[in-house]
Design a protein around this ligand. Structure first.
Ligand SMILES: [Zn+2]
Length: 580
């Protein structure tokens, strides 16, 4: 399945470069639902393109579609296409096609222009078409800053008349990137010191500044909301609030200066604003951008001054993080920020499932794992230690995600202690798979989490998720790491999935177009039978038991068929299409 990943990356690259006219029309889109199977392999995108051209557009020559973006969801794929005529985009004419991983159309949201008749342009400047009542006219689209300082997209005709314009910025949520100096991930990791080193130099010192610790601040991008000449302690992902004592009003300033030290309150607010935005940027960079898509409330000086932090919902049911200021102030350590924020992400993936001792251990472990991986992206020094600056000191012990703990002997009634077993295993696994794949498998497996589940259940889910996401590409390292920790590993994949992996229908696109036979690809040369049914389930025909059965499109009328793929021990059914 590595090929598939490469294709995904190529598609993304195309999407980023493509010119995408904004949709500037209040007309609602059309929802298209149909029982269609686009195939499962590399030709899915082409199959969707063909469907759009043949089924969703009026039959006028010269039209084409271009992929603008592609995203993977959980078991789903999402394609956004732009509509072109004679190679020029039609302004606002797009279609979003959502399918399951096995190629079934979930729905399409269509803003496509249905052309009435062919058009011509001799206007060399035209870079798009503009549609009025499905009549196209050549137009020129460009971006410019308007009198209010906002980016606008403007569409003009050949005489310079404005056909459409729309503001591109959503100003009230626009973040301005400023430069700050913060700990990343914490002063001890970058100084490569342990707490109390150099004869007690590297200690909290009551939260006061000292030269050595101030020197551990590094330049870090800080996205902030900027509005009416004022910078606010807010960005797309975080809103700083004051919910609990100590009472400190969130920072705001008209000054363009963000250089604070740990003894100053804005420093801790910036730590949360910057590190949460950076984690989100990382998640988007690995194409998992649908987690915690909300602005989380953060009180950077909270918990009545205790040495504790937490994720919880406010009275108004808003997700919020509270960082205590006792001991080493918690928001001075990115491990604490990322740990607590991961609770928020988990809540968005699998809400209301955190009860039961082993489930709680998993919850804490997954947050620690994310904190370790985030830390390691800045420095590898002691990266498997959790809360390097906040803990491992006179205030509390912190946690160790480099433990040798094993299942089930180290499962204890203290779920924090149990959690080290799982976080350590995940960190080991990240050494084999890399941060990106380990994170994806873990997060997508969490969709399945339930209250009261155990560590062995979570182990099974890692294997299953790798199977669904990567076709078991990482089965051996996952199995190895789980067995080292005492877990049982069975091939926890439904029999049907095993068969689907071992025997696949191929050439369905050629079959749809009537130019090639459907055949099968299998790992062994076992006898296989293909049985064909109508979409209503009526039997049509079947092959003999053969190692290479085939279906000839000439024997089928246009339509959708169900094909039962059968081995001597199992069977599954797939839909295929014959176009004409
Ligand atoms: Zn926690």
């Amino acid at each position: 399945m590595k090929n598939k990943l490469i294709i995904v990356l190529l598609l993304l690259a195309i999407g980023v470069d493509a010119h995408m006219p904004q949709f500037n029309n209040n007309k609602p889109c059309t929802v298209v639902k149909a029982n269609i199977q686009f195939g499962i392999e590399n030709n899915v995108c082409k199959a969707i393109e063909d469907w759009i051209l043949n089924d969703q557009l009026s039959p006028i020559q010269g039209q084409s579609v271009q992929l603008l973006s592609f995203k993977m969801g959980y078991q789903t794929k999402h394609f956004l296409f732009n509509h072109l005529y004679l190679g020029l985009p039609i302004y606002g004419s797009t279609i979003k096609v959502n399918i399951t991983n096995d190629g079934h159309l979930l729905q399409a949201f269509s803003n496509l222009v249905k052309m009435n008749r062919p058009q011509e342009t001799s206007w060399l400047q035209a870079n798009c078409w503009f549609s009025k009542a499905n009549e196209l006219q050549p137009a020129f689209v460009y971006k410019d800053i308007n009198e209010n300082g906002l980016w606008e997209e403007i569409v003009k005709d050949a005489s310079g008349n404005i056909l459409a314009n729309c503001v591109l910025d959503l100003l009230n949520k626009q973040d301005t990137l400023v430069q700050s100096k913060l700990f990343a991930p914490d002063p001890l990791s970058t100084a490569q010191k342990s707490y109390g080193a150099d004869n007690g130099l590297w200690t909290n010192k009551n939260g006061n500044d000292y030269n050595e610790i101030n020197a551990q601040r590094v330049p870090l991008a800080l996205p902030l909301r900027y509005e009416n000449d004022t910078f606010y302690a807010e960005n797309k992902h975080v809103l700083i609030v004051d919910l609990e004592t100590p009472t400190i009003a969130p920072f705001k300033s008209t000054q363009n200066s963000f250089d604070f030290t740990r003894a100053q309150a804005p420093f801790r607010e910036y730590m949360a604003l910057s590190h949460i935005a950076n984690l989100q940027a990382y998640l988007r960079s690995i194409q998992i951008d649908s987690f915690a898509n909300f602005q989380i409330l953060v009180d950077a000086h909270a918990y009545q001054g205790r040495d504790q932090s937490r994720f919880s919902l406010t009275g108004a049911d808003k997700p919020a993080l509270f960082f205590g200021t006792g001991g080493v102030p918690d928001a001075e350590d990115a491990d604490v920020i990322i740990h607590e924020y991961t609770h928020g992400i988990n809540h968005s993936i699998t809400p209301n499932t955190t009860s039961g001792s082993e489930r709680m251990a998993l919850e804490e472990a997954n947050c620690d794992f994310m904190a370790c991986q985030y830390s390691k992206s800045y420095t590898e020094y002691n990266w498997r230690q959790v809360f390097n600056w906040d803990g491992h000191n006179e205030y509390w012990d912190g946690r160790n995600a480099a433990s040798n703990k094993k299942y089930p002997k180290d499962v204890s009634s203290n779920f924090y202690s149990t959690s080290e077993l799982w976080s350590s295993m995940m960190n080991d696994l990240s050494l084999d798979l890399g941060r990106e794949i380990a994170t994806k498998i873990l997060f997508y497996s969490m969709y399945n989490y339930a209250a009261g589940m155990g560590l062995q259940d979570a182990a099974d889910l890692l294997v299953q998720t790798d199977s669904l996401l990567y076709n078991k590409a990482h089965f051996w390292p996952i199995k190895q790491r789980l067995i080292e920790r005492g877990f049982a590993v069975s091939i926890a994949i439904p029999e049907q999935q095993v068969l689907k992996d071992a025997i696949r229908l191929v050439n369905t696109q050629e079959f749809a177009n009537g130019v090639g036979n459907i055949s099968i690809l299998q790992n062994e040369s076992a006898p296989i039978k293909l049985s064909v049914y109508s979409i209503n389930g009526a039997f049509i025909k079947e092959t003999e038991w053969l190692t290479q059965p085939e279906l000839n499109p000439a024997e089928f009328a246009a339509g959708i068929y169900l094909i039962k793929v059968q081995s001597k021990t199992s069977a599954y059914t797939e839909k295929v299409m014959k176009l004409n």
